[in-house]
Every structure is written in C-alpha cells, then in structure tokens.
Design a protein around this ligand. Structure first.
Ligand code: WTA
Length: 705
C-alpha cells in the first residue's frame, strides 16, 4: 500500500466519506414514558444510581456491579491504572465464569430452563435445557477439552459454529477451564476463520457438520477444512478439529472426516459421560475470550475481554437495562458469533439465571410472522434485536405482530441508529405501547452498553440512544481535541473519558495498535497513570442534546456497518485484489433503506483486460470466499481509473458521493478530475445528478442538524 496507514482516524479525511458524513439525521422526537406496571416490577427504579456512579465515587462505584457475582476470592484493588491504558479491574479477585453462569444457580433454579432452543425447521420440537442439564453438558465438554484435547488455562480455541445450544455449552466449557475462546461468526467463510485461527494461535478448532439456513441444510464442515488449510499455509498447525453433529442419526455434511484430525464430539462425550470438572478459579483480569472485529486496516483485530470486569459489566447491564429477572423468558435474536450474542445471549442472561432463547435460523423463515410465533409460544417477555431486523420484519409483515399474543415488558435495539418510524412500529405494533424500549449504543470493544435509557427511570426518545450508562462519562471532541459541549448542534468524535469494567483489555498480540487506535488521537501524555488523561475513542460520530441524550451518527473510520455488522473497507478491498485481473479497488458505503449501509465496490482493471460481467462476478465471489456472504457488495463497478489525489491516494469520498447521489464537492486538486464525471455518468446515467438519497435527510458530518 502506497499510503502510510494509521489506525486512529487521521485528519486527512479527504480520503474517505465516513458513515457519519452520510448519516441520516432525524428531527427531535417527543418523549415516551414507561408504564406503571413495568416500573412496579423493574430491577432499577432508584434514580440515585446516577449519583452513586458519578465521578466522585469512581472507580469504587463499580463494586456494586462486581457484587452481583460469586467470587472465590474478593478483590483488593478496584481499578489498577499503573500500566495505563491497560486497565486492570478487581485485581486480586478470583472467580470462574462457568460457575457464575451455571453452578451457582443449581440449588434454586436447577430444574428451570437455562436455554430454550428453536430450530429453523418449524416441525422440529423446541429443545429445553435446564440449568442442571447445562451443568452436566458443560462439565462433560470441559472433560473432553481438558483430557482429550489437552487444553489448559490460557490456551486459545477457535469455535466456528451456528446457533445451536452446543455453542454456549462449548464456550462455558472453555470458561470452566480458563481456556480463551475465539468464536467466529458461523456465516464467515473458511478463509476468514483460518485467518483468525492463525492470529489467535489456536491448535484446536471446534465446528459443526451443518445447520439450517433459509430452509436448507448448509454443509458447514467444508469450512473447517478450508480454515485448517489456510491456517497451515500461514504456519499454524491445527491438531484437532472437533465436529458437533446437527442431527443425531445422520451427518449433515458430505465432507469426509480427516483421519487422526477430525473427531465427532458426541463420540468423545460418550467416553466422558458423567464427568465433573472443577471450575478453575481465575484471576479477575485473566482473558475470557477474543472477539475479532473490523477496524481501519485489512487485518481484523482480536478484541480481548477479561473475566471479572467483563462478567460484572454485562451482568449489571442485563439486570438494570434489559431488566432481566430469573423468572423472565428472554430472547435476543442476534447471533452468538457477534459480541451482542456473547454478552446478551450467553453471559449476561445466564449469570442472572434467566431463561435465554436461541433461534437457529433466519427471522423471516418461512415468513415474517416467525419471530412472533416463537415469542407467543415460548411466552417471551424480553426481546432484543437490531434495527435491520425490525425494518425487515416491518416491511415484509407490517401486521404480523397483531396476529399473535405478545406480552413484551421491555425490548432492546442495538447495532445501528434506528429511525423514528421503525422505532414507532416496534413500540406500538410489537410492544403494544406497553414495553419500555432501550436503544443501546456500544461496541465489540466495550463489552456491554455505553449509552441507553434506564427503562423504568428515563423516558424514551426515538432516534436517540439515551443518556450514558451509570459510571460512563462521555465527551465529544472536535478534530483538534476541543470539547463540543452538550446542546450544541455540532457533531464530533465521541470518547469515553474513563475506563469501565467491561472495556477490552488489549488487541490480542498487538498492544501498540490498541494504544494507537483507541487513545492515539486524544491522549496527550503517554506516561500518565491518571485515567483522566486517557479518553477512549469509540470511532463513531455523535452529538449530545440539551437533555443529555446522545445521538449516534455512525462510524468515522473505514468501517461500514452493514445490517449492524462491522465490515472493514480495507478487508473488502484486499479480497477484491485477490482477483488477478484487478489493479485497484475501492469500497464505499451506500445508504440502504433496510440494511442501513451496504458496500459498493469500484475496481480498475490491469492494462489489456476486458471489462465484462465475468470479472465483476469474480470480485463478488472473491469477497464471499475471503469474508462471507454478509459482505456481498450491492454492485461491482468497473471504472476506467480511480479518482486520485496528486500523491496517488484513491478519493473514496468522491466515489461514495457518486454512489449516494450526493454533491462530490471540490475535485480541482485531483490528479485526474476528468474521470469523476465519467464515473458519475456511468453510475447515474447522463443528465443531471439524481438525488435518490433525499438530500434534505443527508447532512455533512460536523454541520448543524
Ligand atoms: C454501531 C455492536 C447507533 C456504531 C454492539 C458502533 C450503533 C458499531 C448502536 C459497533 C446504536 C451500535 N445506535 N449505532 N444503538 N449500537 N452501533 O462492534 O457505529 O459490532 O461503532 O458492536 O455499531 O459495532 P459492533
């Protein structure tokens, strides 16, 4: 790459059109209030929590969260900043995560469902796993991992599995041993999985033969073979591949087992039937898991989360924001392969002894009434999903929720800004105007929510995430580090001024990148041990209203948020460059009414290569192979040349403007300004600029709203 690339968003923003730049702004909405029935039963009704978690009580206020857990040894130091910004929470404390999520509930809730699993195939019965049964399964799997695989505390294991109960069983078995799991989203390709195996240094891969997706059984084992091959080519030998089976009686995959490497988990479990494995008492700051996510460079980063801090934080977030009680039937319709699933399908709800619902398949399969049938049948009373799912369900079945007896007391959204229109449908048609809605803003890096309304205390405001969580002190900076005060109508870069227990510990294997990316922009004294000198850069554009409610505008870096999933433009571009005919590639986000953003790809071909559909198809295929189907571009556009600065940088901003029918601004400083109009005509046709995105909705980042 010709340019020197830094992780922290640079001032050289001529390079890119950020998500925030094309962010949609909505007019200020009115407030909606929680109903007395909800308030009467809520976990958090005392507004003094804000005062208790104010700066004068920091960091000791977070004891309240850690006290929700069972500790083997109580901690001595709440926050150790001596190696800032590598924060250590609850130092000296010891605990085990699987004990906290399973064992400690046995006495009171042993016979209650911990997991209710719903197959995509509607004719397959729901599977209920009690806490007692979960305990047995986690122990047996822990015995397999320890005694058959030889895994021990601190080893890494990559898990590439679909949405089946065996996935949380495997995660909890790792946690029982202090083995660090790295769950890769099941929809990611074998190549993407292989790259993550290499980065984490896993010698064991845990996979599954197949699963249902949109009515078809997908052969998933084939991805394991590709992953192992890819890892081996890059110098990491995977010694064992454990394969769970989707069906007891038959294999869901036609891919053969590799002798001596691949093992069917059910057969291994038979040998460990009835095994009990003592939970390993882990230091609070031991890593619990890695979650790979996209950033500004081509290489996904392994976000490392801790044991004690992370579990304390997600348990409190589930209890106070999602209002989870042990008697609730809670359903988060995300995938465990993302951070939302880790924190809010597995760890938070199970630490609180709730019943957590897992659904295998596509929400609209076989029709847009499916989620509501599941909710009615299982008597779900807390529901958690993304704006993309809400938009999709509303579009395909606006009246479907009315056909079912829904009784949600609270509902959450996460992952993208939600437009007031979709919010109102969610509130009125799904929630029957009875449920409190929380719009939770956070990131893979933050473990749990950073901003949200407190559902029994704060009124809701469609389109705004809400005030900061207790003990989170946000600040909005402009490019030069000057604060943009609340109530000003200017947006800027949102940072959190303080560390909190759920914050990531580091980037696996790359601590310098961690410091550079999240603190490089606004830290002024690298040697400071005072947390006040280390504002944490989230990577989103945002503004704070007069009422303290925060509006998130979207990413300010090279990340595209597709249907709530983070994709790095650099990752997509390097996938394009694996096609031999391609000389240059640029990926830009385009506004999409359902998926929020989708990637559009521009490519320039090597000299002498004919521009035809076959090359474009190869590029799409390459993206699917390297990353997965979720990254599939809307369009691949073959252009004669890329618009470039005189120093040779591709002007993505110009391409994104063309794709989004926006004014592309001043291009006089380009090396080849003539190509811009050529591309515009190619994309939009001759004639005046078509304004398909609705210019009144689209404002430039930094302008008033
Ligand atoms: C976006 C998902 C607006 C944001 C938990 C962030 C949101 C990125 C919201 C992180 C929200 C998440 N409103 N935008 N409520 N929640 N985002 O790491 O741009 O997959 O930076 O974590 O999603 O995505 P990630």
């Amino acid at each position: 790459m010709a340019e020197a690339h830094t992780d922290a968003p640079s001032k050289d923003d001529e390079m890119r059109l950020t998500e925030a730049e094309i962010a949609v702004h909505w007019k200020e909405e009115e407030y909606f209030h929680p109903i007395p029935k909800f308030i009467g039963q809520a976990n958090l009704t005392d507004p003094s929590i804000v005062e208790r978690f104010s700066e004068k009580n920091f960091p000791e206020c977070f004891r309240e969260y850690a006290d929700l857990l069972s500790w083997d040894k109580y901690w001595t130091t709440t926050l150790d900043s001596s190696n800032a910004p590598f924060w250590k929470w609850f130092v000296g404390g010891k605990l085990n995560v699987s004990y906290n999520c399973v064992d400690r509930h046995l006495e009171k809730y042993g016979n209650k469902a911990a997991i209710l699993w719903v197959s995509e195939d509607e004719s397959e019965p729901v599977v209920a796993i009690t806490f007692q049964e979960l305990y047995a399964r986690v122990n047996e799997m822990a015995a397999v991992l320890r005694d058959f695989c030889g895994l021990k505390t601190g080893d890494r294991v990559t898990i590439h599995m679909p949405m089946v109960p065996e996935l949380p069983v495997t995660m909890l078995a790792c946690a029982r041993l202090g083995v660090i799991h790295s769950v890769v989203f099941g929809g990611f390709s074998g190549e993407a999985c292989g790259a993550r195996i290499v980065d984490s240094g896993s010698r064991v891969l845990i996979s599954m033969d197949g699963y249902y997706r949109s009515g078809k059984v997908i052969d998933h084992k084939v991805a394991a073979d590709i992953a192992v091959k890819k890892a081996e080519a890059e110098g990491t030998k995977v010694e064992k591949v454990l394969i769970w089976r989707r069906f007891r009686e038959k294999s869901a995959s036609s891919t053969p087992l590799v002798e001596g490497r691949d093992f069917i988990v059910d057969e291994l479990l038979k040998k460990h039937a009835g095994a009990r494995v003592a939970p390993v008492s882990m230091p609070a700051e031991a890593p619990l898991f890695l979650m790979y996510t996209s950033g500004s460079t081509g290489k996904p980063k392994g976000v490392q989360h801790s044991t004690g801090g992370y579990l304390s934080y997600v348990t409190a977030a589930s209890k106070f924001i999602q209002d989870i009680h042990p008697t609730d039937i809670y359903w988060c319709m995300a995938d465990i392969g993302w951070i939302t699933g880790h924190s809010f399908i597995v760890y938070g709800p199970l630490a609180l002894a709730a019943t957590t619902v897992m659904y295998e398949g596509v929400p609209t399969h076989p029709d847009a009434g499916r989620p509501w049938r599941i909710a009615e049948r299982l008597n779900v009373n807390i529901f958690h999903t993304s704006p993309t799912a809400i938009r999709m369900l509303r579009k395909l079945g606006p009246d479907e929720p009315k056909k079912y007896n829904l009784r949600f007391k609270c509902m959450t959204t996460v992952g993208e800004p939600i437009e007031p229109e979709a919010w109102l449908w969610y509130y009125r048609t799904v929630g029957r105007s009875q449920a409190s809605i929380t719009d939770t803003w956070w990131l893979t890096e933050t473990g749990g929510f950073l901003c949200s309304t407190k559902p029994a205390i704060d009124p809701m405001k469609p389109g705004s995430t809400g005030p900061p969580m207790p003990g989170i002190y946000p600040i909005i900076f402009d490019e030069n580090g000057k604060e943009i005060p609340p109530g000003s109508s200017k947006a800027g870069n949102i940072c959190i001024r303080n560390p909190w227990p759920g914050i990531m510990q580091t980037i696996w294997g790359d601590p310098e990148r961690f410091v550079r990316q999240y603190y490089g922009k606004y830290n002024k004294d690298k040697n400071s041990k005072d947390w006040r000198d280390w504002p944490w850069l989230a990577g989103d554009g945002a503004l704070i209203g007069k009422d303290g409610y925060i509006r998130i505008l979207g990413r300010i870096d090279d990340v595209i948020n597709v249907a709530g999933h983070r994709l790095g433009t650099k990752e997509l571009e390097s996938a394009c460059l694996t096609v031999p005919e391609v000389a240059e590639a640029a990926v830009v986000p385009i506004v999409d009414p359902e998926r929020g953003r989708v990637p559009e790809v521009y490519i320039a071909l090597k000299p002498g290569i004919k521009a035809d559909q076959a090359v474009a198809d190869k590029v799409t295929k390459a993206i699917e192979t390297e990353i997965g189907k979720i990254a599939r571009p809307r369009t691949v556009r073959i252009v004669p040349d890329m618009p470039k600065t005189r120093s040779g940088k591709i002007m993505r901003r110009v391409l994104a403007s063309i794709s989004n029918s926006m004014d592309y601004g001043d291009i006089t400083t380009l090396a080849n300004p003539e190509v811009v109009e050529q591309i515009r005509v190619q994309v939009q046709g001759a004639g005046p600029v078509e304004k398909k995105a609705g210019p009144e909705d689209i404002r430039r980042f930094g302008e008033t709203t």
